[in-house]
Design a protein around this ligand. Structure first.
Ligand code: MTE
Ligand code: MOS
Length: 778
C-alpha cells in the first residue's frame, strides 16, 4: 500500500520521508567522491584533445594534420574518414556528426581528434592543424532563420477554438515581442569519458552521462559493433542539468574510437572553454504574443509564435519545443489559442536539454503576457494571475486537452500571499518608490505548474536490479544516474523502507548498462518516480520469496511474518534479517531480483498534440523582492519566499536543496547569464570570466523556503511523492517580474515595461530608458 511511511506503523525502520543527508555528502566535502577524472588511470592511457572549427559555416577544402602528428608526445590523429561505423552521435535524428565530414556547421564543431601521452601534449598539438576553409553564408539568429525558412524540424501548431476571433472581439488587447536568452549548464565537472579496450574489440566506457544506455548504443554504432560489445558506467556526475543528456555521446564516441584505433585506453576531458564552445545549451527564443482579455484581466484568446534557436542539428529540439508548447499556459486557462512553434536551424552549436526542457521558455512567455495585461489595466499583477488560474471543476482543460485534476495553485498562492505578506509589502514598495528617485524596488508573486513525465510516452519506464547477500546486506542497481540531485539516496530509502533494513546496509552501485539495460535518461525530473518504483518492485519480489520460504520453514502462515526494524517477526519470535537471508539461501531461494515500472495512465498523440502527456503536475509559487539602481541598471535580490509542492517528500533535505538550487539557477538564467555571439557566429562568452553564473553571494539574504505540508500526490507515485528536479527553476520567474515591477515605477507606472531576458544591468538600463520614453532597443 502506498501510504506515507510510518503513518500507520508504530515501530520499524523509517527511511522514506526522512531528511537524510546525500549518500555522498561526506565524500563530496572531503574531496574523496570519485568522479570520472578521479578513477585511477590505467597503464598506457592516452589523453585526447579535439580540433574544433573556427568557422560557423564552411566547407573544408583541405585539412593538413602533419604538424599535429609530428608534435611532441602525439601518438595518433583521427578524422571523419577514420570512423569505421556510423559518424553520428545524434540521439534522435542522425544529423550530428562525431567529426565534421568536410562541412562545418558551427564554430566549435569537432573536426579531428588527437591522442598524446599527456593532456598538455594533446591540447597543444590540436592547435597546430592547417585548415583551408571555403566560407559559406551562416544563419546566426532565429528570426533570420524564420525569414529564410531554415528549420531543423517542421513548424508545429496547436490550435483550439478561434483565437483570432476572440482576440478581435475582446475589450482589450496586448501585443508584444520578447527575447529570451539561452543558458549554459555550467556543471562544475566538465564533459569527460574514458574508454578501455577489452578483449575481442569490446569496450568499457566511463562516461559522465545522464544517459549511459544512449552512450552505449551510439558508441557501439560508431565503432561498428553492437550494444552487447560495449559497457558504459557512471557512478556520479559533478552536475549535469540536462547538459549531459545527449551531449556526452560526442565525448564518449571520440574516446571510444581512439581507443579502438590505438588499442590503448583513452581519456577525453574537455577544458571549460572547449566545453562551452562545443556542447549545446538551453534554447534561446524570440516570443511573439497577442492576447485579448476582458476588463477584469481574464484572457479570452491568445496567440503565441515561438522561434527557438536549435542550432545546427535536431538533437532533442523536437521534444524541447513540444514542451514549450505544453507549458505556455503555466497555471492559466488560456481560452482559445493558437500556438506556433518554429524550430530554427542556425549555424551555431546544437542546443539541448536544460532543467525544464523548454518548459521554462513557454512559461516565461505567458508570464510576460499576464504582466502586460496587469500593467495595461492598472491592476496588481497577482490579481490578474489569479483571475486566469485553471479552475477547479471548470476552465480546467489545457491546450493539449489534458484535464488539470490535481490543481493546488489556488491553495499555494493564497498561503504564500499571506505568509510572505505580499499586499503589505507591495504597498510599502509603492510608497518607497514614490519617495526614491534613484533606487526603485519591485515585487512579484508568480506561480509554477509543471507537467511530470517524458512527453515521449515510451521513455516512461525504468528497471532495477537488487541483490541480497547472505550477510543481509544489499547492492542496489537501477537505471537512473546521480548528478547531485539525490536520486540514489531516495531510491535507497525506498528499499530500506520496503525491506525494513537500515540504509547503511545498502550499497548504491554505479549506473551500469550491463546491470540495467535500455534505461531512459535520468531526466524530466522523473528519476525518483521511475527508479523508486522499479526498485520497490524488486525489493517486494525478494521480500515475497523470503516470506514464502519463512512460512514454510517455520510452519506458520505468511500473515504471521512481518519485516520490521532489521528483523523478521515469525509468529511469536523474531530473527535478524541477515539470518533469514542465510536460511533462505541454504534452502536455495533466489535473493536477487529485477524490478520494472511503467508510468500508468499516460497516453498522448503527437500528431494532434492531445491526450495525457503528464501523469501529474508539480506546483509552487514564489515572491521575490528586488531593488534596482536606475542610474546603472544594477539590481539585487532582497528577499524570496517560496512555497513548493513535493507531494509527500521522500527526503525533505534533498528536496529543499533542489528547490533552493533550482531557484538560484533560474535567477541566473533570467538576470546574469548571457550568451553572446559575435557577427561571425563565434560564442564570446565561454568561460566564467565573461559568463556569469550566480555565486553564493547572489543567494538572497532573506530566503524562506517552505514545502507544502501533507500534500500527498493524488496519483499513486512512489510513496505519494512528487518530482522536484526541474519545477523550482521556474520559481525564478518571480525575480524577472519583480524587476519589471521596479522598472514600471520609473515613469510612475504609466507605460507597460519592455524588458528582455536575461535582465542584465544593461538590459535593465535599456528598459528604464524605454520606460522614460527616451527610446532604447525594444
Ligand atoms: N540537481 C543537481 N544537483 N545537479 C543536476 O545536474 N539536474 C536537474 C535536476 N536537479 C540536476 C539537479 C535536471 S535537469 C533534472 S531533469 C533532474 O535533476 C534529474 O534528476 P531527477 O529526475 O532524479 O530529479
Ligand atoms: Mo533535465 S533538462 O530533463 O535533464
Amino acid at each position: 500500500m502506498d501510504v506515507k511511511a510510518g503513518a500507520k506503523r508504530k515501530a520499524g525502520v523509517r527511511a522514506v520521508g526522512r531528511a537524510l543527508p546525500h549518500d555522498s555528502a561526506p565524500l563530496h566535502v572531503s574531496g574523496t567522491a570519485t568522479y570520472t577524472d578521479d578513477i585511477p588511470e590505467p597503464q598506457g592511457l592516452l589523453h585526447l584533445a579535439v580540433g574544433i572549427s573556427g568557422k560557423a559555416h564552411a566547407r573544408i577544402r583541405r585539412l593538413d594534420l602533419s604538424a599535429v602528428l609530428a608534435a611532441p608526445g602525439v601518438v595518433a590523429v583521427m578524422t571523419a574518414d577514420d570512423i569505421p561505423g556510423e559518424n553520428n552521435c545524434g540521439p534522435v535524428v542522425k544529423d550530428d556528426p562525431i567529426l565534421a565530414p568536410g562541412l562545418v556547421q558551427y564554430a566549435g564543431q569537432a573536426v579531428f581528434a588527437v591522442a598524446a601521452e599527456t593532456v598538455t601534449d594533446a591540447r597543444r598539438a590540436a592547435k597546430l592543424a592547417l585548415v583551408d576553409y571555403e566560407e559559406l553564408e551562416a544563419i546566426l539568429d532565429p528570426l533570420q532563420a524564420v525569414a529564410r525558412n531554415s528549420f531543423v524540424l517542421p513548424t508545429e501548431t496547436i490550435r483550439r477554438g478561434d483565437s483570432r476571433k476572440r482576440i478581435h472581439a475582446a475589450a482589450h488587447k496586448v501585443k508584444g515581442r520578447v527575447r529570451l536568452g539561452g543558458q549554459d549548464q555550467f556543471y562544475l565537472e566538465g564533459q569527460i569519458a574514458m574508454a578501455l579496450p577489452r578483449e575481442d574489440g569490446d569496450l568499457f566506457v566511463y562516461s559522465s552521462t545522464q544517459h549511459p544506455g544512449e552512450v552505449q548504443h551510439l558508441v557501439a554504432h560508431a565503432i561498428g559493433k553492437s550494444s552487447k560489445d560495449v559497457v558504459v558506467e557512471c557512478r556520479r556526475m559533478g552536475g549535469a542539468f540536462g547538459g549531459k543528456e545527449s551531449q556526452p555521446a560526442l565525448i564518449a564516441c571520440i574516446a571510444a574510437l581512439m581507443a579502438q584505433k590505438t588499442g590503448r585506453p583513452c581519456k577525453l576531458r574537455l577544458d571549460r572553454d572547449d566545453d562551452m564552445l562545443m556542447t549545446g545549451k538551453r534554447h534561446d527564443f524570440v516570443i511573439d504574443y497577442e492576447a485579448g482579455f476582458d476588463d477584469s484581466g481574464r484572457i479570452d484568446g491568445i496567440e503565441f509564435t515561438f522561434a527557438s534557436r536549435c542550432g545546427m542539428s535536431v538533437d532533442l529540439s523536437g521534444a524541447i519545443n513540444d514542451r514549450t508548447m505544453f507549458h505556455c499556459d503555466n497555471a492559466y486557462y488560456l481560452g482559445d489559442v493558437t500556438i506556433v512553434s518554429h524550430r530554427c536551424k542556425t549555424h551555431t552549436v546544437s542546443n539541448t536539454a536544460f532543467r525544464g526542457f523548454g518548459g521554462p521558455q513557454g512559461m516565461f512567455g505567458i508570464e510576460c503576457v499576464v504582466d502586460d495585461i496587469a500593467r495595461h489595466l492598472g491592476m496588481d499583477p497577482l490579481d490578474v494571475r489569479r483571475r486566469n488560474f485553471y479552475g477547479i471543476g471548470e476552465r480546467d482543460t489545457t491546450q493539449y486537452l489534458q484535464k488539470v485534476e490535481d490543481n493546488l495553485i489556488h491553495d499555494i498562492v493564497e498561503r504564500l500571499e499571506r505568509t510572505a505578506d505580499y499586499r503589505k509589502r507591495a504597498a510599502a514598495i509603492r510608497e518607497f518608490n514614490a519617495g526614491s528617485r534613484i533606487l526603485k524596488r519591485g515585487i512579484a508573486l508568480t506561480p509554477v505548474k509543471f507537467g511530470i513525465s517524458f512527453t515521449a510516452t515510451h521513455l516512461n519506464q525504468a528497471g532495477a536490479l537488487l541483490h541480497v547477500y547472505t550477510d543481509g546486506t544489499v547492492q542496489l542497481n537501477h537505471g537512473g544516474t546521480e548528478m547531485g540531485q539525490g536520486l540514489f539516496i531516495k531510491v535507497a530509502q525506498v528499499v530500506a523502507e520496503e525491506l525494513q533494513i537500515d540504509i547503511d546496509r545498502i550499497k548504491l552501485m554505479a549506473s551500469d548498462t550491463s546491470k540495467v539495460p535500455n534505461a531512459s535518461a535520468t531526466a524530466a525530473s522523473s528519476g525518483s518516480d521511475l527508479n523508486g518504483k522499479a526498485a520497490q518492485a524488486a525489493a517486494r519480489k525478494i521480500k515475497r520469496r523470503m516470506t514464502r520460504f519463512a512460512a514454510e520453514h517455520f510452519s506458520v502462515t505468511v500473515d504471521d511474518i512481518e519485516f520490521i526494524d532489521n528483523e523478521v517477526r515469525i509468529g511469536g519470535k523474531r530473527i535478524p534479517f541477515a539470518e533469514l537471508a542465510k536460511l533462505a539461501w541454504f534452502a536455495r531461494t533466489s535473493l536477487s531480483a529485477t524490478g520494472f515500472y511503467r508510468t500508468p495512465k499516460i497516453n498522448y498523440d503527437r500528431a494532434t498534440f492531445s491526450g495525457r502527456p503528464f501523469f501529474y503536475f508539480a506546483y509552487g509559487a514564489a515572491v521575490s523582492e528586488v531593488i534596482i539602481d536606475t542610474r546603472t541598471g544594477e539590481h539585487r535580490l532582497l528577499r524570496v519566499d517560496i512555497l513548493h509542492d513535493c507531494g509527500l517528500s521522500l527526503n525533505p533535505a534533498i528536496d529543499r536543496g533542489q528547490i533552493e538550487g533550482g531557484f538560484v539557477q533560474g535567477a541566473g538564467w533570467l538576470t546574469s547569464e548571457e550568451l553572446w555571439w559575435n557577427e561571425k557566429g563565434e560564442l564570446r562568452t565561454h568561460a566564467p570570466s565573461t559568463y556569469k553564473i550566480p555565486t553564493s553571494s547572489d543567494v538572497p539574504p532573506e530566503f524562506h523556503v517552505t514545502m507544502l505540508e501533507s500534500a500527498a500526490n493524488r496519483e499513486k507515485t512512489i510513496y505519494r511523492s512528487k518530482a522536484v528536479g526541474e519545477p523550482p527553476l521556474m520559481l525564478a520567474l518571480s525575480v524577472f517580474h519583480a524587476l519589471r515591477d521596479a522598472i514600471h515605477s520609473v515613469d510612475g507606472c504609466v507605460r507597460v515595461p519592455v524588458l528582455q531576458a536575461p535582465a542584465t544591468p544593461e538590459a535593465v538600463l535599456n528598459a528604464i530608458s524605454l520606460q522614460r520614453g527616451e527610446g532604447g532597443r525594444s
